[in-house]
Ligand binder design. Structure first.
Ligand code: ARG
Length: 457
């Protein structure tokens, strides 16, 4: 390729450290697509003849068919996917192949290919997240009335509905999808035609290639075009935040599946056994979603470290941008699918959830609120009175609603029998009708909105 300038070939070690074909072969579809757009433009602009442009385009189609059928052959001497394609093209169509690389460089070529790849990855992740959201909304609707403990500090705090908890996850994913959408909008500019770094003197039409490849417009500065990997970092940062959410969901699956909780039973399809303990059912899929999130965050950190000190424009360090993105994407897509599978198939044990919500005096706040609302007591004093009621219930080892009215009145004579209307779990959750609250009615309202939004996807 650059043999004219060199008297000797590269050492074996130079070849080995330089070769990226082992991983960048994943860009082959994008590379062929971008090359086809480029050569069509070269033909249209009269930069290469119509005949050569047609021969090159046909050759690229034949290479696509070969790679589709047999995979990309790997030759470390050919360094990367771009050289593999060009080399094969020369074998297929002869010297005209050499005209494809007119008015471009591998620097703008790889920047274009990789943007196309990340754009596809963003679309795949978005579709996966939409499916996971649909599963959550479906299960939330089914569990809109199911009472479970809500926790703070992992201590029973106030009763909530399972539907509300599932919809909290839906909201987390909604923000993830909006971050991926932002990343996509920023990514969608075409670097092709920036050439090595300075642009080109050939009369190219960058608007035409940008449009042919589905980009909104060409990038604005040739130096920036070949040195910018923000789109990959945007993807990795959004992926990290999404993985972090999946990890938190997975953690709750792990806790809920444990025997002391027993809130869920994971199906066989998402559990594993133990080689020594015959009774075991382990939530390995959830644990691996949790584990993979660490690797995804690591991939993000890896590219940050690669990019942080690079001067304009291209440096070969940037070849290392691909492995972390590929790894993170594979792990994320798998984690999203596994999480959707678990959400769809898990059995919720409503009786265990209710029993847990009955512990820890989870309706104490309802009693305090009642004292404020009905008896007109200031909240701080109501908090104190309620604290004494809780202490009494603890001493007698009963739930708040099991205390006799006389015992409550001995603590504060302003309490009357209507207090029992608010002490039960169901009364508590039904009363929390504020916007975004846990009442089945409020949750169903949000589910309606979510369904409408998902239908528009
Ligand atoms: N394989 C290279 C990469 O992934 C392609 C660009 C090579 N450009 C260069 N000037 N050596 O970054």
């Amino acid at each position: 390729m650059w043999g004219g300038r060199f008297a000797e070939g590269p050492s074996a070690l130079m070849r080995e450290i330089n070769a990226s074909i082992g991983f960048d072969k994943r860009l082959w579809r994008q590379d062929l697509r971008a090359s086809k757009a480029h050569v069509a433009m070269l033909g249209a602009q009269g930069i290469v003849s119509k005949e050569d442009a047609a021969a090159i385009s046909d050759g690229l189609d034949r290479i696509a068919a070969e790679y589709e059928a047999k995979g990309v052959p790997e030759d470390a001497a050919l360094e990367d996917i771009h050289m593999h394609v060009e080399h094969r093209l020369a074998e297929l169509i002869g010297p005209a192949a050499g005209r494809l690389h007119t008015a471009r460089s591998r620097n703008d070529q790889v920047a274009t290919d990789f943007r196309l790849w990340v754009r596809d990855a963003l679309d795949e992740v978005d579709a996966g997240l939409a499916a996971l959201q649909r599963a959550l909304v479906r299960r939330a609707e089914e569990q809109a009335e199911t009472v479970m403990p809500g926790f703070t500090h992992l201590q029973v705090a106030q009763p909530v509905t399972l539907g509300h908890h599932l919809m909290a996850w839906y909201e987390m994913l909604r923000r993830d999808r909006s971050r991926f959408a932002d990343a996509r909008a920023r990514l969608n500019q075409c670097p092709l035609g920036a050439a090595a770094l300075a642009g080109t003197s050939f009369p190219i039409d960058r608007h035409a290639t940008a449009a042919a490849l589905g980009f909104d417009r060409p990038t604005a500065n040739s130096l920036d075009s070949v040195s910018d990997r923000d789109f990959a970092l945007d993807y990795l940062m959004a992926a990290t935040q999404c993985a972090l959410h999946l990890s938190r969901m997975a953690e709750e699956f792990v806790i809920w599946a444990s025997q002391p909780y027993g809130f869920i039973t994971l199906p066989d399809a998402y559990s594993t056994g133990s080689s020594i303990m015959p009774q075991k059912r382990n939530p390995d899929a959830a644990e691996l979603v949790r584990g993979h999130s660490g690797r995804i965050a690591g991939a993000m950190t890896s590219l940050v470290m690669t990019m942080k000190g690079l001067p304009l424009a291209y440096s070969k360090d940037m070849q290392d941008d691909k492995p972390p993105v590929f790894e993170a994407h594979d792990l994320l897509a798998l984690s999203i699918a596994a999480m959707a599978g678990m959400v769809e198939t898990t059995t919720f044990n409503a009786d265990r959830m209710r029993a847990a919500a009955e512990t820890g005096h989870s309706t104490a706040t309802d009693l305090a609120d009642w004292l404020v609302r009905v008896a007109g007591i200031p909240f701080r004093e109501a908090h104190h009175v309620t604290g004494r009621v809780v202490r009494l219930a603890d001493e007698q080892a009963v739930a708040l609603w099991e205390l006799p009215l006389e015992a409550l009145q001995a603590i504060d004579p302003r309490i009357d029998a209507s207090v029992f209307d608010v002490l039960s779990l169901d009364a508590s959750v039904k009363s929390r009708t504020s916007h975004g609250g846990t009442a089945p009615q409020a949750v169903r309202e949000r589910i309606r909105e979510a369904k409408a939004a998902l239908e528009m996807d």
